[in-house]
Design a protein around this ligand. Sequence first.
Ligand code: PGA
Length: 236
Amino acid sequence: MKINQRRTIIAGNWKSFKDKDRALDLVEKLVENSDSFFPEVVIAPPPMLLELIINHVGSTIKVASQNCHGSGQANMLKKLGISYCIIGHSDYRQDGETNDMIRDKVDLLLNNDITPILCCGENRYDREKGHEHDVITDQLDNLDNYLSHMVIAYEPVWAIGGNTTASLRQIQDMHAHIRKILSYNNVPILYGGSCNPINATEIFSDPNVDGGLIGRASLIPDQFNKLIDIAKLAKF
Ligand code: PGA
């Protein structure tokens, strides 16, 4: 069993994928491979598929919303039975979502018993300037009272959606930095950004990496199931 008591989570961010039949096929293949015990498997379909998916996942897979836009929606997500909500993803930060707006969303979600998966990550320019630690510190600032109830996902913006993953050294360094900022040792920190079955064994070997937030590979059943199996081996 894991030495630390943190949850291990493999979360799939489906973004704008909305093919209903393929989505149901994907869920079926994930359900076959997952036991509700370890690791936690989470999928985040787009809003129009949320209800369909939540009716098909059974008890072994949890469902996340990809964002939350106000108290009405947070309440609706709670009623639907949504467990997690991704916030602060770089797609939305790039569209003008600020740290203050994200903090308000954290508050709303926790008041509705939904766990925020808070994404943080520096862009390429910040990394080239050597500012990556300051950016992350800033993104996690002002959340002290909430952090123990959240999940953090470190997603360097320059590693999302392309062919470059952060190196193990960069991941270890940033996850240790985030762990230092959190005064609670129980907060899972996931890595995201071109994580796939080829690089995951190395990435999940870091004790401060508690799983992954997976984009493209979460839409390929064999790849996502493989990532779940790799996490099981690395963390159990
Ligand atoms: P990727 O996406 O795994 O396709 O790089 C990750 C994300 O956007 O969360």
